[in-house]
Write a protein that binds this ligand. Structure first.
Ligand SMILES: [Zn+2]
Length: 447
């Protein structure tokens, strides 16, 4: 089987037509979704790329892996999806524009082939060539332009998504930095940090304009997604296509911009559109999470396994069967965590469940303690927040005092997850950072 997981970095589910968005950002994706299986409540395991990616390919909760950066390797004690498939004779590969992921000793070391690939005219022929290489292949196809900041879609496209009341902000430093193709990553990190620590407050008009640029970015990649899907169909006897995102993107809904901070749904709820050999079109309301992809692929390929994964297969949903409604999603935005079950969401922190000594094991996996970790530590003194996502999708109304029984149930779910995590935590295998990678990390503002 040719398996292609297409990851659009930062693509939030609610900005796609097939997830109910009111603007026409995604006509082609909507068309694929109308003939595929659409998971209405799919969640990423984290609010930023690294933990989300590693968790996805290991089928494990992020803290279990004790990985916090893209230049680390998953501990050998765990089975990793691409390595597992390679042992079964699959050709495995990763395409990504992120050089950091291509460190041959780190994330990409779990794949047989790795290639730096940007969204340009070469991308589609490269993909066609890849698919033709083997009957059994697994491609982790990561795109991180247009929808990931800076949002540099064509200005004409941006006009299509501007409301009448929104003007093009003149002389806005925020807009200039976040929408220029050649902005340095460090400038993006700087301005986002200022906004997220409330040293700089964007105006409503600036935010609306940035959203129009983000939507135009989705519109730009929409055709590309459809082309990839078509090539996969044309060139494969047997295929599995998944469109996902590693996390979403915030636009000040909860006073944050970008990603990597907070665990509200704008950064956590992602698209999951699956076409398995054109096997039918269904909508799946039950909760699923990205680390469910690993066990799902194993079930579809009918392999027997003797190792434990934290995810749960959703393969039966691809055949039109109902999933159990007791499934949960857990996400890590260290030190924050959350769990979602039956459209209720509990937002809390590790320190409500663990003492500091236990929690510091997670901090050990960090290259450095960042501002958000320190800010997050303060949140332990705040109350846990419980939301009813059906009635309050904006997550503004904390109902933890009114819904004591549900609060108790979700606390028990988090406790189960964290007990599991604690019994299985393994330090990542450190990959030596070479000078090139170090420079790239510095460029991204990580070191
Ligand atoms: Zn990402």
């Amino acid at each position: 089987m040719n398996i292609c997981i297409l990851i659009v970095d930062c693509l939030r589910a609610d900005h796609l037509g097939c997830y109910g968005y009111h603007k026409n950002t995604s006509p082609n994706i909507d068309s694929i979704a109308s003939q595929s299986v659409l998971f209405k409540n799919a969640y990423a395991q984290s609010n930023w790329t690294a933990p989300s990616f590693y968790s996805m390919i290991a089928g494990k909760y992020p803290p279990t892996l004790m990985i916090n950066w893209m230049d680390q390797k998953i501990n050998r004690d765990f089975v990793v999806l691409p390595e597992y498939l390679a042992e079964k004779g699959y050709l495995t590969g990763i395409f990504t524009p992120f050089k950091i992921l291509l460190n041959p000793n780190a994330f990409s070391s779990h794949f047989t082939e790795a290639k730096e690939l940007s969204l340009n005219e070469k991308a589609l022929p490269e993909f066609r060539e890849w698919i033709k290489k083997a009957k059994n292949s697994f491609l982790f196809f990561h795109t991180a332009e247009y929808v990931h900041e800076p949002y540099f879609a064509d200005k004409q496209d941006v006009q299509m998504f501007l409301d009448k009341a929104t003007s093009v902000p003149d002389n806005s430093e925020i807009v200039k930095i976040l929408t220029s193709k050649h902005t340095k990553k460090t400038s993006i990190m700087d301005i986002s940090r200022k906004i997220n620590t409330h040293l700089k407050i964007p105006s409503k008009n600036e935010i609306k304009y940035l959203i129009a640029c983000y939507d135009a970015g989705i519109y730009h990649i929409d055709r590309f997604v459809s082309d990839i899907h078509k090539v996969l169909q044309e060139e494969s006897e047997d295929y599995l296509f998944m469109l996902i995102a590693d996390h979403g993107q915030a636009f000040m809904e909860h006073n944050y911009i970008g990603h990597g901070i907070g665990l509200y749904n704008e950064v956590l709820q992602v698209p999951l559109v699956v076409d398995y050999n054109n096997s039918g079109s269904f909508q799946v309301p039950e909760t699923v999470q990205l680390m469910d992809i690993f066990p799902t692929i194993i079930e579809l390929l009918e392999y027997e396994t003797d190792f434990k994964l934290d995810g749960q297969s959703f393969a039966q949903a691809l055949k039109g069967q109902k999933l159990n409604n007791d499934r949960i999603a857990f996400a890590d935005g260290s030190p924050r965590i959350c769990v979602i079950k039956n459209n209720y969401k509990l937002l809390t922190t590790y320190l409500k469940y663990w003492d500091f000594k236990t929690y510091s094991k997670i901090l050990q996996s960090h290259h450095r303690i960042r501002i958000r970790d320190l800010l997050g530590l303060i949140t332990q003194f705040g109350r846990e927040k419980l939301f009813d996502l059906r009635k309050n999708s904006g997550e503004t109304n904390n109902i933890s005092r009114q819904e004591k029984e549900i609060h108790k149930q979700l606390r028990a779910e988090i406790k189960n997850v964290l007990d599991d995590v604690l019994s299985e935590m393994r330090q990542s295998d450190e990959a030596p950072i070479d000078e090139d990678i170090k420079k790239q990390l510095e460029g991204l503002g990580y070191l």
